[in-house]
Design a protein around this ligand. Structure first.
Ligand code: TRP
Length: 457
């Protein structure tokens, strides 16, 4: 595809906001707290931050490099750099991951719409904790309502995708990201001033190193990839819309910082409240949905807060679903020459089927499990814990092996016009540290490290 024909993001702020919009979403506010709760709190947080710094940042910069260097969609980018090789499998892994993630993500995104509507219609203040919990269970295990909301969410994503990159993605992100920060901040303060808030803070910030197991490490690594939108070429696709002046390094740094900040704010908003209301931190996917209504109920104008919060959460989810949808749509559009509308329709139809089955796996299909995981959990596990880290590892190996260092440096410094002080450190982490560490976490989780150790000793 020629460069002239390709759209680009309109402004510097637009680039940053659209990319932050992709990164910040349910991953930060819904998935991060529940992963943290299930994996022992502070120990998980520590491993998570390490993963962000030594895996997340290098992989993100590398994805930016591939995307802007080739100006192609995820699958096409690998074909452009290494034509006729098996490297394009990384791209297909990414496109498939986009489909699968959207399949379960849109269910939770749908839940935010239900809560948005409920805050507008029924009074929240004065309700005890148990009522919020049972209301959630009745809703999520139902059929019509959760599926209806899932479909609605996919439909809105579809419409924005069809109306184009710049108008849709950029405009939405620019307005809602700053608002989201503001409301998270206010809710943190409310949560911190609840009785027993200190127990939540202890859980969050006082690590018990004995709790760091291979499965905690895998969960933290998966969460880091999921939250930063890396490992499947989402940011390759976004960077393909960057212009030649975009500073790739600072953009990566800013996106990573903002994403991590939102996740931390979400944790500080949730955990003091979890302990204050006596909710189990290990509650799983429903954690945020049963904790937050209790926080709102403690505020004057409870319904208004709830309404604003779930509106922002829905919008944050939307800028993320847009980025996921865009990966698959750009691939179909550019590689098969379907019109954008047709490509988007095919993607939406596929996601709809996955979404409906995922939604039913909270109720009707709950008993149907594979390896003890429901359909929803399976999609989440396979993408976040396998496809994304594996994709990230392959992306690093690919650039490490196939791309000349000079070309890499020229692209990352905008042809020498911006400095990259830590280029050698970055290159070392990208080429050696990240692939080896990701490989070790996999081997460890599969129990293979133990076997190797036994063979050697
Ligand atoms: N990062 C987003 C979130 O935290 C979800 C997301 C968008 C994503 N695009 C992605 C996850 C690409 C993995 C890969 O909610």
């Amino acid at each position: 595809m020629s460069e002239e024909k390709r759209v680009t993001f309109g402004s510097k702020l637009g680039v940053l906001m659209a990319t932050v919009g992709s990164a910040v979403g349910l991953g930060n506010i819904w998935r991060f707290p529940y992963m943290l709760g299930e994996n022992g709190g502070a120990a998980f947080l520590l491993v998570y931050i390490i993963c962000i710094l030594i895996l997340g940042l290098p992989v993100m910069i590398t994805e930016f490099f591939i995307g802007r260097h080739t100006h192609r969609n995820t699958a096409g980018a690998f074909k452009a750099v290494a034509p006729g090789t098996k490297w394009s499998l990384i791209g297909y892994n990414g496109v498939l991951a986009a489909f699968l993630i959207l399949g379960f993500y849109s269910v939770i995104a749908g839940w935010t719409l239900e809560y948005l509507l409920q805050s507008a219609s029924s009074s929240m203040s004065g309700k005890p904790v148990e009522v919020f919990t049972s209301e959630f269970n009745i809703f999520s295990s139902g059929i019509i309502r959760p599926i209806g909301w899932t479909i609605a969410f996919i439909a809105v994503t579809h419409i924005i995708i069809v109306s184009g990159v710049e108008k849709g993605i950029e405009r939405a992100s620019k307005i809602m990201m700053p608002l989201l920060f503001l409301i998270l901040f206010v809710l943190c303060i409310r949560s911190l001033t609840l009785p027993n808030a200190d127990k939540g803070l202890m859980f969050l910030f006082n690590p018990d190193f004995g709790k760091i197991t291979s499965s905690v490490a895998l969960s933290a690594m998966g969460q880091a990839f999921f939250s930063l939108s890396i490992g499947m070429g989402c940011l390759i696709t976004y960077a393909s819309y960057f212009n030649k002046k975009t500073n790739l390094q600072t953009t990566a740094l800013q996106v990573t910082l903002l994403d991590t900040l939102v996740a931390l704010l979400a944790a500080v908003m949730i955990f003091p409240a979890v302990f204050s209301f006596g909710i189990a931190p290990t509650a799983g996917p429903e954690l945020v949905f049963i904790t937050l209504p209790n926080v709102f109920a403690q505020l004057p104008l409870a319904n208004l807060w709830s309404f604003i919060f779930f509106t922002l959460l829905a919008l944050a989810a939307l800028t993320s679903t847009i980025s996921l949808h865009e990966v698959a749509t750009a691939y179909m559009h550019e590689e098969f020459s379907f019109s954008r509308a047709k490509a988007a329709s095919l993607v939406s139809a596929g996601v709809l089927i996955l979404g409906i089955i995922s939604s039913l796996s909270f109720g009707l299909l709950k008993e149907y499990t594979v390896f003890g995981l429901t359909f929803f959990e399976l999609l989440d596990y396979v993408t976040a814990k396998i496809m994304l880290p594996l994709g990230g590892m392959m992306i690093c190996i690919f650039v490490g092996l196939r791309v000349d260092r000079k070309i890499l440096k020229a692209e990352l410094t905008n042809r020498g016009t911006v400095p990259f002080y830590f280029f050698n450190t970055y290159a070392f982490f990208m080429k050696y540290v990240a692939p080896v560490l990701i490989g070790l976490v996999f081997l460890n989780e599969l129990g293979l490290l133990k076997m190797i150790r036994r063979l050697i000793v």
